[in-house]
Write a protein that binds this ligand. Structure first.
Ligand code: FES
Length: 233
C-alpha cells in the first residue's frame, strides 16, 4: 500500500473543508485519477488518497483507523464486477464494507460517511465526479464530532473488526452460503445475515465493556450505567 498526494497538490486545503480519505485500486480508480490529473480535471482539495493493489486489500480496520484519525469521510474505489485482477477482491471489498457499515450503525455512527464505488480506468472523468459528489455529501453532514464518547464507540467497532471470531465468520460467510460446511450443509443468506447481526451486536457490547474495564474496575451495574446499556445485556 502506498500513499499518494497527487490530487492534494492541485488546490490548497482550507481548514473548514471536510477531509476525506480515499482508498483507490491501482488498476482502475488510481489509473483513472492519474489520467484525470494529466487531463487537469479538478479534484476537491481535501482528498487524501491511498493506492492499494486491490480494493479487497482494504482491511476494515484501516477504515476505523481513518475515522479515529479524524477523517470526516472514507471511500473505497475498486474495479467493476468481473474486472478485479485478483478474481474476487472487489466482491470481498463489498462484503467488508457492508459489515463495517453494519457495525457503525450499531455504534450509532453515521455510516453514510463510508462509501464504496466501482469503475474502470477508462471511465476517466467519472472518478473526479464521484469523489466530488462524496465530498459534497460529507460536507453537508458536517464535521465528524470525535469526542471521547464517539472515540470509545469507534474503538469498540475496531476491536470487533480485529477479533478472530468476527473475521472468521465474515471470511467464511460466502463459502458457507454458496458451498456449505465440511458436510456440504449450506447456510441460507437469511440465517447468515441473522448470525452476523447477532455476533456484531454481542462482539460490539463485549468490546465496549472491555474498554471501560481497561480504565478502572467496575461493578456490572456501574458498567451498564456507564455504557447506557440494560443491566441484563
Ligand atoms: Fe481492482 Fe481488485 S484489482 S478491485
Amino acid at each position: 500500500m502506498t500513499e499518494d498526494k497527487k490530487p492534494n497538490k492541485r488546490i490548497k486545503t482550507q481548514a473548514s473543508e471536510p477531509t476525506v480519505l480515499a482508498f483507490l485500486c491501482n488498476w482502475c480508480a488510481y489509473a483513472g485519477v492519474d489520467s484525470d490529473w494529466i487531463s487537469k480535471f479538478q479534484y476537491p482539495p481535501n482528498i487524501k488518497t491511498v493506492r492499494v493493489m486491490c480494493s479487497g486489500r482494504v482491511d476494515p480496520v484501516f477504515i476505523l483507523e481513518g475515522f479515529l484519525a479524524g477523517f470526516d469521510g472514507i471511500m473505497v474505489f475498486g474495479c467493476p464486477p468481473g474486472d478485479c485482477h485478483y478474481l474476487n477482491g472487489n466482491i470481498e471489498a463489498e462484503k467488508k464494507i457492508n459489515v463495517t457499515r453494519r457495525l457503525l450503525k450499531i455504534a450509532e455512527f453515521d455510516n453514510e460517511r463510508l462509501y464504496l464505488d466501482r469503475g474502470s480506468a477508462g471511465e476517466r472523468q467519472r472518478f473526479s465526479e464521484v469523489i466530488t459528489q462524496f465530498v459534497t455529501k460529507v460536507r453537508e453532514r458536517g464535521p465528524l464530532e470525535l469526542d471521547e464518547f464517539v472515540k470509545r464507540k469507534l474503538q469498540a467497532v475496531k476491536g470487533v473488526l480485529e477479533g478472530e471470531k468476527f473475521r472468521w465468520l465474515v471470511g467464511k460467510s460466502k463459502v458457507l452460503v454458496e458451498e456449505g460446511n465440511v458436510y456440504g450443509e449450506k447456510v441460507s443468506q437469511e440465517i447468515m445475515d441473522e448470525l452476523l447481526d447477532e455476533i456484531s451486536h454481542s462482539e460490539y457490547l463485549k468490546n465496549r465493556i472491555f474498554l471501560v474495564l481497561k480504565e478502572k474496575p467496575l461493578t456490572t451495574e456501574e458498567i451498564s450505567r456507564s455504557l447506557g446499556m440494560e443491566l441484563n445485556d
